[in-house]
Write a protein that binds this ligand. Structure first.
Ligand SMILES: Cc1ncc(COP(=O)(O)O)c(C=O)c1O
Length: 365
């Protein structure tokens, strides 16, 4: 059997042949997907996509961009050439990072930032989060001198903390003056339920901001692969498009985007559920004996440090109960033992808590 590190690089790898996951009906806490499931607004209109299979998608994605423009209308006024659509946020991360030579990455962070920058042969500098998992703004402003672009999450993965806007404006002002780009990955921002925490409203004042969004997480569509980048820097949008494959978004993703972004009921239901479930879940985790610290989160996942048990051991014990969790061994900058849990339905969350309590009891024996 392979070392678990080979198949736990990302959450959600429930296809592994390594014997641990295979053939099990797994409750997957390793991947952070809205537990409300695929929006009905998409499923009810899926025939539209089926009928479109015979044609190439609109190479300009006008209808999808119109939906994105309307979705953000209360925050900022976008035009088509402020938007680049992608095959998941991952494509936008990949292509946006490819444009720069020297990249500053705040870590720990989504592992694809570093992986992508390495793939493109970039010069990479890291700014480490503080011990409490907040951004180190002083460090970022110092290190930004040597970079053309910086990438960071709002909220960040794996911890779920947001960028402190007031502290960040100093960095944005410097980047604006010095023609540097700030790539803000907001793949999880909708889970906060507060638009003012996003940097979308700042796009009108800062050409240096490039925001990445995904429909993957909040709208529970990881298999659809739809994300987008937005910026008032039309040059950057144009540059990304110039290196992008044509028809990169298929007709199912296009249809999904058009319908789910205006699905107000789904958005409201999710926020109502997540706001209360997050509190319940975080508080409950604090009572697990071997969890040393539960980190603050504004997202739909919770980072925990462990004592008395290694993360890889906990992973295996949880799998014995058909529960998959995210071991955080490959997050640069996480020292010690860390795991991340998605916030799922109340029923699933209770099952996880039950499993963690059983493990905790057994450790005591
Ligand atoms: C912070 C962050 N950004 C982007 C992505 C990739 O999103 P997508 O599946 O839309 O490519 C992930 C996936 O886990 C993520 O955690």
């Amino acid at each position: 059997m392979k070392d678990i590190k080979t198949y736990t690089e990302h959450g959600g790898n429930v296809y592994s042949d390594e014997g641990l996951l295979k053939g099990k009906n797994i409750i997957d806490f390793s991947s952070n997907i809205n537990p409300l499931g695929v929006p009905k607004s998409f499923l009810n209109n899926i025939d539209e996509a089926l009928e479109s299979v015979i044609r190439y998608p609109d190479i300009e994605y006008k209808r999808l961009k119109k939906a994105i423009i309307e979705y953000h209308a209360s925050e900022t006024k976008l035009e088509e050439d402020n938007i680049v659509v992608g095959n998941g946020a991952a494509e936008i991360i990949d292509l946006s990072l490819s444009l720069f030579k020297n990249i500053l990455i705040s870590v720990p962070a989504f592992v694809e930032y570093e992986k992508t920058a390495r793939k493109w042969g970039k010069n990479i500098e890291f700014s480490y989060l503080k011990e409490d998992m907040h951004y180190d703004y002083e460090d970022i402003i110092k290190k930004i001198d040597g970079a053309d672009a910086v990438i960071l999450g709002n909220p960040n993965n794996p911890n779920g903390n947001l960028i402190h806007k007031e502290k960040f404006y100093k960095i944005l002002d410097k980047c604006e003056r010095e023609n540097k780009i700030v790539i803000i990955d907001e793949a999880f921002i909708e889970f906060t339920g507060n638009k003012s925490l996003s940097f979308v409203e700042d796009l009108k004042s800062y050409k240096s901001i490039f925001i990445i969004r995904a429909l993957t997480k909040f709208f529970a569509l990881p298999g659809i692969r739809l994300g987008y980048g937005i910026s008032s820097n039309k040059e950057m949008i144009k540059n990304i498009k110039s290196i992008q494959n044509p028809w990169n978004v298929n007709c199912f993703a296009e249809t999904a985007g058009v319908y789910v972004l205006k699905d107000k009921a789904y958005i409201e239901d999710t926020l109502k559920f997540m706001n209360s479930e997050r509190k319940f879940f975080v508080e409950s985790l604090k009572h697990i004996d071997f969890i040393k610290r539960v980190y603050n989160t504004e997202a739909n996942y919770v980072l925990c440090s462990l004592s008395k048990i290694e993360a890889s051991k906990l992973y295996k014990l949880c799998l014995d109960h058909s529960v998959a969790i995210r071991v955080c061994h490959n997050y640069r900058g996480l020292k010690g033992e860390f795991v991340r849990f998605a916030i799922k339905s109340r029923k699933d969350n209770l099952r996880l808590l039950e499993v963690l309590n059983i493990i905790s009891e057994n450790l005591r024996c």
